[in-house]
Design a protein around this ligand. Structure first.
Ligand SMILES: [Zn+2]
Ligand SMILES: [Zn+2]
Ligand SMILES: [Zn+2]
Length: 357
């Protein structure tokens, strides 16, 4: 993600900030120009500092403190570009559900930052009632109910996320039980949206053969493949050609896992780029672990450029995390077959962009 600062006082901001901590200006993100704006009130509406001719209001979800994005004041749409995809949100009178939903929205807005930046198709259910992108954020049924717990997943554009995934203890319990090195809300979104874009960009765009050559034949029985994965686990040599153990379960899951990693890497590299990060370890005679991010990975670079920039940064940040007693930021290994799959996704999302810096 890029860095934002307050137009009124210069304070550096987080994407999630609502108010500038230094000067007190109200803040809002406008996806149209990819900027965080310091705002001044004008009646019921707001305008960006120094630009009184354009009026905005906040997304309706700002009322629940679940969104800080802006909508043009004249728009008929009450919700912002990210929130208009919400199909089911929890009962906001339930304090626990509201707190979980807010955490989910933080992750979802970061997802949308990336999707918009990559120029990916974003039809919602009003644009495309059958398969537009939509989200159900669902709480588990009461104990003793006939239906089981909510399963996170994707079907025909509808992404379901269990509210319980926003509970850190619950999510960590599942991560441990499933032997996963990484489990986050943002990771869930980046994975599930991968299934959505497989439908849009692979199936609907006639790229099935090219995808099968890398990920395998997705026509194999999905339910049986998942059952086999849960019964037998991944093949022993899975790390040679898959980014995660779960990616071995079915070609759709391999695609979604690899897609998630593409978004992880590109967005984290943009942050490193925005900070001018440059790593040059003292003990690196070959220079293999030295690198700088001298391009914006959302706009430029081949997959080789992206991976070359990523490896030294990921290694450095993993080490910094270990110094703080934290787990690795990026506990994964990129092998040549995995890089080839990432390259396929790079070509899907950025077919027409320039290479180089
Ligand atoms: Zn400020
Ligand atoms: Zn919103
Ligand atoms: Zn999946």
């Amino acid at each position: 993600m890029k860095l934002f600062n307050c137009q009124a006082c210069g304070q550096m901001l987080y994407f999630e900030n609502r108010v500038c901590e230094r000067c007190g200006h109200r803040l809002g993100y406008l996806p149209d120009d990819d900027r965080m704006h310091a705002l001044e009130a004008e009646g019921e509406a707001w305008h960006a500092l120094g630009a009184p001719q354009r009026l905005y209001r906040f997304c309706a979800n700002a009322e629940q403190d679940a969104c800080n994005w802006l909508v043009p004041a004249g728009s008929e749409e009450p919700l912002c570009a990210a929130c208009r995809h919400n199909h089911t949100i929890p009962d906001v009178s339930d304090a626990q559900a509201l707190a979980q939903w807010r955490k989910i929205e933080l992750a979802k807005h970061r997802l949308f930052y990336t999707l918009i930046k990559l120029g990916l198709p974003l039809a919602n259910r009003s644009d495309d009632p059958d398969s537009g992108l939509a989200f159900d954020f669902l709480g588990d049924p009461a104990p003793g109910a006939s239906e089981g717990p909510v399963m996170t997943g994707h079907a025909n554009g509808l992404i379901t996320l269990a509210l319980s995934e926003a509970d850190d203890g619950e999510r960590e319990t599942r991560r441990t039980r499933l032997h996963e090195p990484y489990r986050t809300l943002l990771g869930h979104f980046r994975h599930e949206i991968g299934h959505y874009y497989w439908d849009r960009l692979v199936r609907d765009e006639d790229r099935l053969e090219a995808a099968r050559a890398l990920f395998g034949d997705e026509r194999q029985d999905y339910a049986a493949a998942l059952q086999r994965h849960y019964d037998q686990g991944p093949p022993p040599d899975w790390q040679q050609s898959y980014i995660s153990a779960y990616a071995t379960s079915h070609p759709w899951e391999d695609f979604a896992e690899t897609w998630a990693h593409y978004l992880h890497i590109v967005d984290t590299l943009e942050t490193a780029h925005a900070f001018g990060m440059h790593v040059r370890p003292a003990v690196d005679p070959t220079g293999d672990l030295s690198g700088r991010v001298d391009f914006n990975p959302y706009r430029h670079g081949t997959i080789a450029d992206i991976v070359d920039a990523w490896l030294p940064i990921a290694f450095a940040v993993n080490n910094i995390n270990r110094s703080m007693g934290q787990t690795d930021v990026y506990p994964f290994i990129l092998t040549e077959p995995v890089i080839a799959k990432l390259g396929f996704i790079h070509s899907l999302v950025g077919a027409d962009r320039a290479t180089g810096t």
